[in-house]
Ligand binder design. Structure first.
Ligand SMILES: NC(=O)c1ccc[n+]([C@@H]2O[C@H](COP(=O)([O-])OP(=O)(O)OC[C@H]3O[C@@H](n4cnc5c(N)ncnc54)[C@H](OP(=O)(O)O)[C@@H]3O)[C@@H](O)[C@H]2O)c1
Length: 293
C-alpha cells in the first residue's frame, strides 16, 4: 500500500507518521517540500507518489492570525483540499481529510451532529468549511473527520501552554464558557490508521462505500477551565509549578482577533456506530498523554 501523508510535522501529522509507517510504503511531506498555497506543488507530489491513500494533516491553524491573512488561509484550507480531492479521484486514491468544530457558531446549546448547519465565526472556520464543501462536491473515496481541541505533548497547544503558565504565574485565569472535546492527536492518528486497515483489501471501494463527513473527537466535553484544571492535576512534574490560584473567567475578558464558538462539542455517535472504533473519554486520553510528558 502506498501512503501519502501531508503535514507530518504538525501535531496530528507527527503522530500519523508513526501510526501509518507500519501499514505500507509511507511518503510524508511538509512545508516547504510541499506548499499547499502552491497548486503545482500539490499536483507534482501526488503524481510522484501515486498513492493508494492520501492523508492531509496540514492546515492553516493559526486561528487569530487567519483574520489578517484570509487569502493564505483560503489557499491552504479551502483550495488545497479541493486539488487533493481532484488528484485523488484522478488516480483512484482514497482520501482522509480533517476539519474542525470551529465550523459551528456554538449557539446550539448541545453537542453538534453532522447534519447541523455550520455557521463559522472566523476566517479559520470559514476556510475549513469551504474545504469540506469542496471535497464533498468532488465526491470520490473520501472521509472527512471533523475534530476538536487537538493537543499533543509537542508543539504549541493548550496543554503545553497551561503547563508553561503554571511554571511562570502564581495566578491563572481560564475561561469557563468555551466548551468542547479535547482530542489527543495520538489517538486520532491511531483511529485514522485503523480506518485504513479496515479498508485495506479494497481501499478505494471501501472508502467510497463509507464516503462522508464524520465527527471524531475525544468522548465527553468540558470547558477550557476544567481542561486546564485536569492538566494541572495530572502534571507529572507538579513540583515545578508555582501556581496557587486557578481563576474561572469568561471569553469576553480576553478580546482576540478571531471569534470562537462557545459550545462547539461534537457528537461522535455516527462515527462510533459506523466503524468498530472508539475514542475514549477525554480525561482518560489526557492521563495517557500526560504520562509521557
Ligand atoms: N489544533 C486544533 O485544536 C484543531 C482542532 C480542530 C481541528 N483541527 C484540524 O486538525 C488538523 C491537524 O491540526 P494540527 O493541530 O495537527 O495542526 P498543526 O499542528 O498546526 O499542523 C499543521 C501542519 O500544516 C503545515 N502547513 C501549514 N501551512 C502549510 C503550507 N502552506 N504547506 C504545507 N504545509 C503547511 C504546518 O507546517 P509548519 O509547521 O511548517 O507551519 C504543520 O505541519 C487540521 O486539519 C486542523 O484544521 C485542529
Amino acid at each position: 500500500m502506498r501512503i501519502l501523508l501531508i503535514g507530518n510535522t504538525g501535531q496530528l501529522g507527527w503522530e500519523l507518521e508513526r501510526t501509518l509507517a507500519p501499514l505500507g510504503e509511507l511518503n510524508a511531506f511538509d512545508y516547504p517540500t510541499i506548499d499547499l498555497a502552491d497548486i503545482k506543488s500539490i499536483r507534482q507530489i501526488f503524481r510522484d507518489c501515486q498513492p493508494d491513500v492520501l492523508i492531509n494533516a496540514a492546515a492553516y491553524t493559526a486561528v487569530d492570525r487567519a483574520e489578517a491573512e484570509p487569502e493564505l488561509a483560503k489557499s491552504i484550507n479551502s483550495l488545497a483540499p479541493a486539488i487533493m480531492a481532484e488528484e485523488a479521484s484522478n488516480v483512484g486514491s482514497a482520501f482522509i481529510h480533517f476539519s474542525t468544530d470551529y465550523v459551528y457558531d456554538g449557539l446550539k446549546g448541545t453537542p453538534y451532529i453532522e447534519s447541523d448547519l455550520p455557521n463559522p465565526l472566523s476566517v479559520y472556520g470559514q476556510t475549513k468549511f469551504a474545504g469540506e464543501q469542496a471535497v464533498q462536491q468532488l465526491g470520490g473515496a473520501y472521509l472527512i473527520l471533523r475534530t476538536s481541541w487537538v493537543y499533543s505533548m509537542r508543539r504549541d497547544n493548550f496543554v503545553n501552554k497551561v503547563l508553561g503558565w503554571a511554571r511562570t504565574h502564581a495566578r491563572l485565569k481560564l475561561v469557563t464558557d468555551q466548551i468542547s472535546g479535547p482530542t489527543w492527536a495520538r489517538m486520532l492518528a491511531e483511529v485514522s490508521s485503523q480506518l485504513i486497515m479496515l479498508g485495506r483489501d479494497d481501499l478505494f471501494g471501501w472508502f467510497t462505500e463509507h464516503q462522508g463527513l464524520y465527527h471524531l473527537a475525544g468522548s465527553g466535553y468540558c470547558s477550557r477551565f476544567e481542561w486546564g484544571k485536569q492538566v494541572l492535576q495530572l502534571d507529572p512534574h507538579k513540583e515545578q509549578q508555582i501556581i496557587d490560584e486557578l481563576v474561572p473567567a469568561l471569553t469576553a475578558e480576553f478580546p482576540s482577533p478571531a471569534r470562537r464558538p462557545l459550545l462547539s462539542a461534537l457528537n461522535c455517535d455516527h462515527f462510533f456506530q459506523t466503524f468498530p472504533l472508539h475514542l475514549p473519554d477525554w480525561k482518560i486520553a489526557l492521563k495517557f498523554a500526560m504520562e509521557i510528558a
